[in-house]
Structure formats: structure tokens, C-alpha cells
Write a protein that binds this ligand. Sequence first.
Ligand SMILES: NC(=O)c1ccc[n+]([C@@H]2O[C@H](COP(=O)([O-])OP(=O)(O)OC[C@H]3O[C@@H](n4cnc5c(N)ncnc54)[C@H](O)[C@@H]3O)[C@@H](O)[C@H]2O)c1
Length: 325
Amino acid sequence: MPNIDNSRVLVIGGAGLVGSHLVDQLTQEPVREIVVLDNFVRGTRANLRQAIQDNRVRVVEGSITDLKLLRDLMEGTDYVFHLAALWLYECVHHPRAALEVNVVGTYNVIETAQQAGVKKVVYSSSASVYGDAVFTPMSEEHPFNNRTMYGATKIAGEQFFRAFYEQHSLDYVGLRYMNIYGPRMDYKGTYVSVIMKILDRIDQGLPPIIFGDGSQSYDFIHVHDVARANILALKSNVTDEFFNIGTGVKTTINELVLLLLKITGCNLQPEYRPQEQMFVTYRVGSTEKAERMLGFRAKIPLEEGLRSVVEWRKKDKQRLRSEVV
Ligand SMILES: NC(=O)c1ccc[n+]([C@@H]2O[C@H](COP(=O)([O-])OP(=O)(O)OC[C@H]3O[C@@H](n4cnc5c(N)ncnc54)[C@H](O)[C@@H]3O)[C@@H](O)[C@H]2O)c1
């Protein structure tokens, strides 16, 4: 069983949504040092405000495309969490950047980890590798039906981990997350999630827009659960395996909108518009393998989790306003 006591842990992409919560949770562990590598294209220093109060946390600004930097950081590192990636829509609009960061960058992480003798890597993959469900709930055996650049880069990453395990016995676990939400979700950037789009409309006093009939169904998992799954994956004896990380609960967009209207105390009716281009319309994963092999089960119900988002978003907007004044 990997022993993380007194170890040095590198969290790549540690200023982002999942990474920053993971860093917070790691500060509760008896590790010696937590190094965060992030180039802040999406993550923020504000996300790490709490974590940097702990003097075991060190933040390095840099990119996984910088091989020399990675080599230096891997030296003396025991464990790595690799979360850095360009997101779905960035990959649509900037496919070459996606190739450089998600594919070559991931390769750089794996190669330098192996060369430095890192004991285990936890890789953030995605349920995007599956594309639209051909059977449900989707188990880890579901075919790679992906048709997006983003999913293609995650599949490439998974395959590199497999190959390095085969050739060099580099231990790893890959986590295929369903739809993650929670405090610190990006709500100001170019690419924001459906939850933030709905809350934006509600904030403006406008009816939330539902594209299509709202029956599109996803598995929404809270970021605290996802961060916890990362630590369980690191500490487990498991290697060379991929896991769905979700709740197993199907939520339609109609249900999501109704919940957000209820939580915000808003009595607007959603507005239906013709369906736009959708990458997937049905994705709910089986949680059986993660439960059986990692002992992971999501704990936070959607309504409670969404309340945490609404409250955090309100406070964060106030914080930003007070910083401007
Ligand atoms: N959020 C989701 O719903 C979801 C679902 C499935 C998979 N994932 C995957 O999980 C991981 C974490 O997701 P997240 O929601 O926290 O994303 P995020 O964008 O909040 O975090 C990714 C972090 O990586 C950093 N980064 C990007 N390019 C980098 C580079 N070249 N070098 C160093 N750092 C770089 C960003 O600044 C950001 O802080 C990602 O790999 C993502 O693809 C996320």
C-alpha cells in the first residue's frame, strides 16, 4: 500500500477546480511537501488562498510543455497527481494547443515521472473517452465512442500510461470523471459550464435557457468527492486501472434547472430553444468498479452540492467587488 507519510507530492494543474480542492485535502495528510505546478491559464491564485497558509505548500508557475522544469520538479518527488489539461471547448477551438498540452504535455509528465523514479501517478482522464452511451450505466468496458478532440487527447494520455506501465512498471491509476461541479468553478471565463450559464441567467432576472427538450442526462459529481477519489486512488494498492468517478445518479437538464430555480428562490419558467450542437446527450457511469477496488462512493447529494455552489458564487462575487473598490 503506497505510504504517503512524509512524502513529496506534486499536483500538476493544482490551481484549478479539482486540483485546488485536492491540495486542500492533501494538507490534511501527513505529507512532507506539496508542490503545485500550474500556468494559471484557467486556475487562479485565489483558489489556493487557503492552501498556501500551510507552509508545506509551494506554488510553481509553469507549464507541462516545459520539459526542463518538469525534470527539475520530478526530482525527489514521490507521488504525482496530473490534472492539467485544456478543457473541452478550448480543444474544439484550439486543437493544436490541445495536442501540445493534453497530449505532449501529458507525455512529458509521464516520461519525467518515470525517469525520476516517481512511485505512482494519478491521472485525470474523463468520461468523455466514452462519447455517447451505447449501454447504461456505462462501465469502464464501454467502448471509446468519443468524437471530440478533447476526448481524443484523454484517450492518448490513457494509452501512454498503459504503455509506460508495460515497459517501465510506472504505477498509475486513471480517473474518468463524470460532470464535476462545486465551489471554485469557473464562472467568468470564455468557457463556462451549464450550471454557471443557468445561474448567470437567474442573476440577470432572465429565464434559464434549455436547449432541446431538456431530457439530456448527465451524472453530476461534487468536487469534494472527486478530490477524495484522487487521494483514495493514490493510497490504494491498485495500479494500471481506470475508474469512473461519478455518483451513478442520472440528472436531466430539466431537473438541474428546476433545482437551481428552487435553491435560488427564483420563480421564472425555463425557456426552451432548439437544440444546439451537443457533444453527448446521455452519460451516466457505473460506480461499481471504483466502489469495489478503491472504496470510493460519492457522498454529496446534488441539491446540497448545488447549494454550496450558489453560496460560494455569491461570496466570490462580493469578494471580487470589494477587491475592485
Ligand atoms: N471539470 C469537469 O467536469 C471534468 C470532467 C472530466 C475530466 N476533467 C479533467 O479533470 C482535470 C481537472 O479538471 P478541472 O475541472 O479542475 O479543470 P481546470 O481547468 O479547473 O484545471 C486544470 C488546471 O490546469 C492548468 N493548466 C492548463 N494547462 C496547463 C499547462 N500547460 N501547464 C500547467 N498547468 C496547466 C489550468 O490553469 C488549471 O488550473 C482536467 O484534466 C480535466 O480535463 C474535468
